[in-house]
Design a protein around this ligand. Structure first.
Ligand code: BGC
Length: 741
């Protein structure tokens, strides 16, 4: 179909038709205007597989969808730290969309994991914005490379499910800019998603759907977003305000009420028709982007995609511990496989992202193909208490085996879109089962299935090895067997910290908020930033993950530019198996005029090496790697001076460090009458002027070694009102005019 002639269409569409185009046609389709040859296209979930509903529609994952490959959800994919792999998965997702004539896949979701109990953490990548941004951009590139659109969601600050439709996320601007927006910024500037989905919640009191600062000033004017903004399903509050703010398309269909509100507002003069035209233009541009790939009769290779899902799952699991190299399992030994999850895998989370898989592998089948296995289910997944007969059977199996592999995890009902978890622990009866098994067999391996972190500290000493399996998609079972058997070498690294105790978490006391507000009181200190700042022990740090081989780091070189650096180092596989390592680069600013986290991830590289193999890794750090959001200047700023560059295998396994010196920006904050005497004196020009004016007792008071500091902390305008102060109020006003610029 030929591209739509947008200027001509804008001239031909009636106001009613324009307003109609800004509303969905049904649950998943945009409006067609047949009179003018404007077709309707389908958008649908997403993100880790296609959820195209052929029959009854809903956005809660209730009704069936067509079979599609279920790749690991973001919690798994994030642990790969592998953008190339995510790009390939994106391309596969794009091909499945084309086969089903879907124009836009609703994802990826890249909100920060502020709190481990968020019910939707399995759909999000990380507690770190840099990592989430890099991975999100890769997925978008892959999908869009196939001519299929994406919807970057949920913009912004949708970090909890409790009250998600109304809660106000109350966040200071620096925290927004440095933690909650950068992943979105990275994907927008680096990959230009065709659409961005605005979130349900409010930010500092304003609904995201009607926040012009967010949807237009930041997203379009600052970041250069070229696409369309769509509402999350049902996120529109006041439709006219939303159009004016920059929300183009309301989904799903409002049944005509949104259309009527837009019409009334334009006719009543409270909404400019040019705002409507702009939104219509963006809808038509989306159609033009999508139409070329929407030819019927396309297909995808389900077996090849399953194989890719297996590769992705293996790369997503994280080997947390492996005492005495108990893994990989020794060939020829006897194994007791315990836990219902081995037979009934939990491989994705619940809600709108739920995919109907083309097939499902189990770890039990995978292990049985290679070894003699005794299986005992051990527990019923959704049961709240243990079953004595099942425990007895499991203990008997463990007693006779060389190794007991326990598949433990969270029941599906614990984690879902729409609500948050109540606690961070595994069901107690599963932990009791672990103790019972460990009492009769010292060689225990635990495999976990969970969408976000669980506490491991209370029980981990009973297991020699722990494989954190997250939710691994439809091929996760086979991939888990590959890892346990050593056919694949674990390479995943944690994209979120596993704290020792629930009470150690950063947002304690500030989650999930009350009376419609959730205060982001921990500010910049989410995830490892918090644990580092508080010098808290963690169970496993951000970036951690073991391999069946080992790597050494050497010869760090940091070539500093004015406000950038190139980091290079040599990584060597010092073990006896081929393996993959994720080299992480953290930047630390030890002396700063604002509070800065102890260290922040600013670059990483994934390298695969044969035993004995070595490679030189090079990682670029741009200006943003060193910048902070200046709260007073309201811009990204680099403070000149020393920065430490740390290269490591995790945030707490720093292997090499170098210090560099960079040039700084001019960070002089404009003076006001309320600025302190100290600030006035520190100002290059105004300081000299003020010193000149000061004489007599006030000079002595301000520079008194004991009391001067207290005096200099007084705003200049207040001092000017003190009897005898040599500078009057009007002179302060003149000085502000002179020096403020
Ligand atoms: C979810 C979105 C999803 C949409 C459509 C909403 O409830 O928050 O992530 O894309 O439904 O199913």
């Amino acid at each position: 179909m030929a591209a739509l002639d947008i200027p001509a269409l804008l001239g031909s569409l009636t106001l009613e038709e324009k307003a109609a185009l800004l509303d969905g046609a049904d649950f998943w389709r945009t409006q067609a205007i047949e009179r003018l040859g404007i077709p309707s296209v389908m958008v649908t979930d997403g993100p880790h597989g296609l959820r195209k509903q052929a029959g009854e529609a809903d956005h809660a994952g209730l009704h069936e969808s067509v079979p599609a490959t279920c790749f690991p959800p973001a919690a798994g994919l994030a642990s790969t730290w592998n953008p190339q792999l995510l790009e390939r998965i994106g391309a596969a997702l794009g091909r499945e969309c084309r086969a089903e004539e879907v124009a836009v896949l609703l994802g990826p979701g890249i909100n920060m994991k502020r709190w481990p109990l968020c019910g939707r953490n399995f759909e999000y990548f990380s507690e770190d914005p840099y990592l989430a941004g890099e991975l999100g951009a890769a997925l978008v590139r892959g999908i869009q490379g196939e001519g299929v659109g994406t919807s970057l969601k949920h913009f912004a600050a949708n970090n909890q499910e409790t009250d998600r439709m109304t809660v106000s996320a109350d966040i200071d601007e620096r925290t927004l800019r440095e933690i909650y927006l950068p992943a979105f910024e990275r994907v927008v500037t680096g990959a230009q998603p065709w659409t961005v989905m605005c979130s349900y919640n409010r930010i500092n009191g304003t609904y995201a759907s009607e926040d012009r600062w967010l949807l237009t000033e930041v997203l379009r004017d600052e970041w250069g977003f070229q696409g369309l903004v769509v509402s999350d399903w049902g996120a529109v509050n006041r439709r006219d305000a939303a159009v004016a703010a920059g929300l183009d398309l309301e989904m799903p269909s409002s049944g005509g009420s949104g259309t009527q509100i837009v019409l009334d507002a334009v006719r009543g003069g409270t909404l400019a028709e040019k705002d409507v035209d702009l939104a219509v233009t963006r809808v038509l541009e989306l159609l033009n982007r999508a139409l070329p790939a929407l030819a019927p009769g396309q297909s995808f290779d389900a077996d090849a995609h399953h194989a890719l899902a297996r590769e992705a799952a293996a790369a997503s699991a994280v080997l947390l511990k492996n005492e005495g190299d108990i893994l990989p399992l020794a060939a020829g030994g006897s194994v007791a496989v315990i836990g219902e999850f081995a037979r009934t895998p939990r491989f994705q989370g619940a809600g709108s992202s739920q995919v109907n898989p083309t097939k499902v592998d189990t770890a039990l089948d995978g292990l049985r193909e290679a070894m003699t296995v005794t299986f005992a289910p051990g527990f019923d997944i959704e049961s709240t208490q243990g079953d004595a007969a099942l425990v007895k059977e499991a203990v008997a199996a463990a007693r006779q085996a060389d190794v007991a592999v326990l598949f433990l995890g969270l029941p599906p009902s614990y984690e879902s879109e729409g609500y948050d978890r109540d606690h961070m622990d595994l069901p107690q009866h599963q932990v009791d089962l672990l103790h019972a098994v460990a009492d009769v067999n010292a060689n225990v391996v635990v495999v976990l299935s969970n969408g976000s972190v669980v506490t491991v500290a209370p029980w981990q000493q009973r297991a020699k090895a722990i494989l954190e399996g997250w939710l691994l998609g439809q091929a996760g079972g086979a991939a888990t067997a590959d890892l346990l058997l050593g056919r694949t070498n674990p390479a995943g690294k944690l994209a979120e910290t596993i704290p020792v105790r629930y009470e150690d978490n950063p947002a304690i006391g500030n989650f999930p908020g009350e009376h419609g507000h959730v205060r982001y009181g921990e500010g910049l200190l989410i995830g490892y930033r918090w644990y580092d700042a508080h010098r808290l022990d963690v169970a496993y740090p951000f970036g951690h993950g073991l391999s069946y081989t080992s790597f050494s780091y050497a010869d760090l070189e940091v070539a500093a530019g004015e406000q950038s650096a190139t980091v290079s180092l040599t990584v060597t596989n010092t073990g006896s198996r081929s393996g993959t390592e994720v080299v992480q680069v953290y930047v630390s600013d030890p002396h700063a005029i604002v509070f800065r986290p102890e260290q922040e991830l600013r670059g990483f590289a994934t390298v695969s090496l044969e035993p004995g193999g070595s490679t030189r890794v090079s990682i670029e750090l741009n200006r943003r790697a060193f910048a902070f959001w200046h709260p007073a200047l309201r811009r990204w700023s680099v403070e000149g001076g020393e920065f430490a560059i740390r290269a490591g295998a995790s945030s707490r396994d720093i292997r090499l460090q170098e210090t560099i010196t960079l040039a700084g920006d001019d960070l002089v904050v404009p003076l006001t009458a309320d600025s302190t005497a100290e600030a006035w004196l520190a100002h290059p020009a105004a300081g000299a002027w003020l010193k000149d004016q000061l004489k007599g007792p006030f000079h002595d008071m301000l520079f008194d070694p004991r009391n001067g500091q207290m005096m200099r902390a007084i705003p200049l305008v207040r001092l000017s009102r003190f009897p005898g102060f040599p500078v009057g109020e009007s002179q302060v006003a003149d000085a502000v005019a002179r020096y403020a610029a």
